[in-house]
Ligand binder design. Structure first.
Ligand code: TYD
Length: 131
């Protein structure tokens, strides 16, 4: 499955932590878009799509949430619960997000600008692409 868990180096001092994120360095693509999700409740479910080309790195910069990832053959669950932990998700991976903590802020770095045409929102169509 085209996923990877990333642990970011963080500068620690008595002033707190600083986590640098850089294109083609600790983020394995050129960052063309950044968005974040907040204000979710614990029964919120999001995602339910894959991308034809897009690569993303998701980071819970506050709180926690759970990703269910599915490449059409295997499924795996990843809990994001640290601001220096990132989840790389390549293209053609179905994702569902759930179990958002009240304080969850989910930051996402993306390799392309937003394009609805890059989404596969139908699970059967996603499975069809795998054949
Ligand atoms: P969507 O990707 O479907 O969110 P999720 O999978 O987390 O439920 O996006 C929700 C809406 O926001 C949808 O109408 C598209 C819009 N959107 C943008 O305009 N720009 C973006 O960068 C993203 C990710 C979504």
């Amino acid at each position: 499955m085209k996923i990877d868990l990333l642990e970011f180096f963080q500068h620690e001092s008595d002033k707190g932590y600083l986590v640098p994120l850089e294109s083609n360095n600790n983020i394995p693509f050129e960052i063309k878009r950044v968005y974040f999700i907040h204000g979710t409740s614990d029964n919120t479910k999001r995602g339910f799509h894959a991308h034809k080309h897009l690569q993303q790195v998701a980071i819970c910069v506050s709180g926690s949430c759970v990703f269910l990832l599915d490449d059409g053959n295997k499924k795996t669950r990843v809990k994001l619960d640290k601001p220096n932990k990132g989840l790389y998700i390549g293209n053609n991976v179905w994702r569902e997000m759930s179990d958002f903590s009240d304080d969850c802020v989910l930051l996402v770095l993306a390799s392309e600008q937003y394009a609805e045409s890059d989404y596969i929102r139908d699970y059967k169509e996603f499975l069809g692409c795998k054949k």
